[in-house]
Ligand binder design. Structure first.
Ligand SMILES: [Zn+2]
Length: 274
């Protein structure tokens, strides 16, 4: 499932492959990823030239210049979304839902098996009007993490620390996988109430998020070709996620356990996470 590292990789791909290029044509299936709904949702992008690709948390904010002024594309990868580049005439990737043809013949495909993602044209590239983007906290990689702010926010919630960490207004980009990985690094039991986290532990959480995200990103960059997510049978780069029953890579004593918190699989070491 795409979290910050996978979305950052998508941002880098779009920057590398698309910036400076003009959109010749667009084509989309009538899928629920499109906003507004309908196959013509992306038509306003035709003629636009890619200027900038930003990422905040798991959101991609693409700005283009067109004859009618700036225009934006907001992309969220949902559970299975991917951006894939193909040469003209090359076989499309599986589950291609929308296609953006560039001026040099290459095609940007938005592929999404389960279609929980979103593709949304944003008039005047004014992303501040998007409610879920406006609600995001500072991006941990672009802007860093203020551990004191994290500590203060965690003090105020009775949710488990693992659920609290997935709140996108706290550290955007941290989802189910990175939350497990971060708490493993921080040696914190994911079931603990967020309000019990100490200042020292908040420091470890902040460092844990950065370390986990950077390690995942390095792993993704080393993967050749199209990214495949762990759930799709791709390689598992994680310390504890989806490693139930395996020996803990740190203490080498206990086995990684899987529990369900708030409906989501959570992985941790019962020996070294307190
Ligand atoms: Zn352990």
């Amino acid at each position: 499932m795409p979290e910050l590292p996978e979305v950052e990789l998508a941002a880098r791909l779009l920057r590398r492959e698309a910036i400076g290029h003009r959109i010749g044509s667009v084509d989309a299936d009538a899928s629920r990823v499109l906003r507004p709904a309908g196959r013509n949702a992306l038509a306003p992008l035709v003629g636009g030239r890619f200027r900038d690709v930003r990422r905040i948390g798991k959101h991609l904010l693409v700005a283009l210049d067109s004859a009618r002024g700036p225009i934006g594309l907001h992309s969220h990868l949902g559970m299975t979304g991917k951006w894939v580049v193909r040469a003209r005439g090359e076989e499309p990737p599986r589950f291609s839902r929308a296609r953006i043809a560039l001026d040099d013949g290459r095609v940007l495909h938005y592929a999404d098996q389960r279609m929980f993602g979103r593709l949304e044209v944003v008039p005047r590239a004014d992303f501040s009007k998007l409610e879920d983007v406006a609600a995001l906290g500072p991006d941990p990689i672009e802007q860093g993490i203020d551990a004191r702010t994290i500590h203060a926010r965690l003090q105020r919630t009775r949710r488990s620390v693992k659920v609290a960490l997935m709140d996108q207004s706290l550290i955007p980009g941290v989802g189910n996988i990175q939350a497990s990985e971060t708490l493993f690094r921080a040696r914190i039991d994911p079931r603990r109430p967020a309000s019990s986290i100490t200042a020292a532990e908040a420091n470890r959480i902040a460092a844990g998020v950065i370390a986990s995200v950077k390690e995942s990103l390095a792993h993704l960059e080393a993967q050749a070709g199209d990214v495949s997510y762990v759930e799709e049978g791709g390689p598992n780069p994680f310390a504890v996620y989806a490693r139930e029953g395996e020996r803990c890579p740190r203490c080498k004593r206990a086995k990684i356990e899987r529990i369900v918190i708030d409906g989501r699989s959570t992985f941790f070491c019962p020996h070294c996470q307190k």
